[in-house]
Design a protein around this ligand. Sequence first.
Ligand code: ATP
Ligand code: ZN
Length: 223
Amino acid sequence: MSPDRNRLHLAIQKSGRLSEQSRDLLKGAGLKLSQSGKNHLAARAENFPLDLMLVRDDDIPTFVADGVCELGIVGQNVLEEYALGQPERRIEELLRLGFGRCSLRIAGPESADEFALDRLQGQRIATSYPRLLGRFLEQRGIDAEVVTMRGAVELAPRLGIAGYICDLVSTGATLEANGLTALADVFDSEAVLIRTRRPIDGAHAEKADALLTRIEGVIATAE
Ligand code: ATP
Ligand code: ZN
């Protein structure tokens, strides 16, 4: 999948919670998308010099920071977790997109009215977002142990891995199914359009601006 340098490249999630709305947004902006590539790793806009790279959401910040893709659509949660691990900011957030809303929350097996942040002192908290959680705890002077898990974080308390978790929540149904209650808000997120801070050459930069204008138009009408 070596990128065609005559076209712009936009990274979106291949399959997951952001995929459909990312595609719908681009269609709303007037792009005709077609599948291309054997493994469906890419798609092409037929009426605009743009290729889509269909990847895991976690890889999108890296692609955009490295300039492999000039643009991307990703959750602020994934973007900020990545950025906290990078000394130089190589990604610019261009626009909030109004979908993929969720919150990173600390949850535990107790009721919210029994809870105060101080109860986290000395506790273990399982999460897939160690940097976002670490910053939150540090800013509040809480000394807790952050246990990093790739997935199935909500099982940690039952498995005895950690007393609390810090995970993405939208409706709270998954927490409830695991006997957990949301106790504190760590980070609120939605999908955003991002752009590399690496220089984009002239003709490409104009195309990127034109695309941004079209997408802004779609967002403005949706509000
Ligand atoms: P991938 O295979 O691309 O790594 P994933 O399993 O990490 O997929 P999804 O569960 O599809 O990711 O979520 C993608 C993004 O959708 C999240 O990073 C977040 O920004 C957003 N999102 C919105 N609501 C939720 C939710 N309830 N739980 C998790 N993510 C949500
Ligand atoms: Zn992911």
